[in-house]
Design a protein. Sequence first.
Length: 95
Amino acid sequence: MLVATVRQNGRVAVLPEKTRVAFHGRMSFAAFSLRKHWIDGHVVLGRLRDSARFRSVQFFSPGNVLHTFRLTGPEQVDAEVADWLREAFQRQIDA
């Protein structure tokens, strides 16, 4: 479900790594770590976004703000998550 949601935005490579799966266009813009009962994810956005669903936010540089979140079921891949992924995808295209 995550892959389909991300690919609605355009051409994306899915990069399985040792501890996570990254989504990559021109650069990696989102990643997910699979756990037994949930998925931990993050998106890199160009600005601070406000959502109670973000577990933490880290500012790396102007225009590089990492937002972490946790998904506990497929129903949580909703319009809000799709919007984060769309914005992260578009940011890396525009960079």
